[in-house]
Design a protein around this ligand. Structure first.
Ligand code: ADP
Length: 192
């Protein structure tokens, strides 16, 4: 199987976990912009040094940096037959940039999945993750900023994707396996 997918959902919706599981099922790479940034921060690269303070504050890394990074990643051979983009696009300019990258590659998205969960559930999961992982951007203050940016800039993007006939909405509540099964069946007519 393969497929070119975007997975969207607020912080704590489980999109990173589900992106990885779905990627395994489809045999495509899961590409998480957050993970790429964190790897660069950890490795002390120029990109990481540029992005660290921004990420720790919960702000979005400037589009020109993020877009260039995604263009580079999607051009790599393992993404030729498909991919799952997790954490990108997050604003209107990134949607446009992604369309440009895909046009240049002669490829098109098969679906955009929106994973939903109630705000109470999100906050409970994020508090738990903060205790387990200790991410610098998982403090209460930074979490609330990241959720606000999601609400203002990212959630509205689903409208445009719905108009293009690409949006698939899936309930993110329940056991991890259950949600994966739900995703696979919701996508069954879109990925081959
Ligand atoms: P979350 O979805 O929980 O915020 P991520 O791991 O996806 O976590 O992202 C962590 C941080 O990396 C973001 O808060 C932001 O600073 C940066 N980042 C990730 N993806 C993008 C993006 N598409 N555009 C700008 N910044 C991004």
């Amino acid at each position: 199987m393969s497929g070119r997918l975007v997975i969207m959902g607020p912080q704590g919706s489980g999109k990173g976990t589900q992106a990885a599981r779905l990627a395994t099922r489809l045999g495509v790479p899961a590409i998480s912009t957050g993970d790429i940034f964190r790897a660069n921060v950890k490795g002390g690269t120029a990109l990481g040094n540029q992005a660290k303070a921004i990420i720790d504050a919960g702000d979005l890394v400037p589009d020109e940096i993020t877009n260039a990074m995604v263009r580079d990643r999607l051009g790599q051979p393992d993404a030729a037959e498909g991919f799952i983009l997790d954490g990108y696009p997050r604003n209107a300019a990134q949607v446009e940039a992604l369309d440009g990258v895909l046009a240049d590659l002669g490829a098109e998205l098969d679906a955009v999945v929106e994973l939903s969960a109630s705000r109470d559930e999100l906050l409970a999961r994020l508090a738990k993750r903060a205790r387990i992982e200790g991410r610098a951007d998982d403090t209460e203050e930074v979490i609330s900023k990241r959720l606000a940016i999601y609400d203002e800039q990212t959630a509205p993007l689903t409208r445009g994707y719905a108009d293009r006939g690409l949006l698939v909405q899936v309930d993110g509540l329940g056991a991890v396996d259950e949600v994966t099964d739900r995703l696979v069946s919701a996508l069954s007519t879109r990925v081959a």
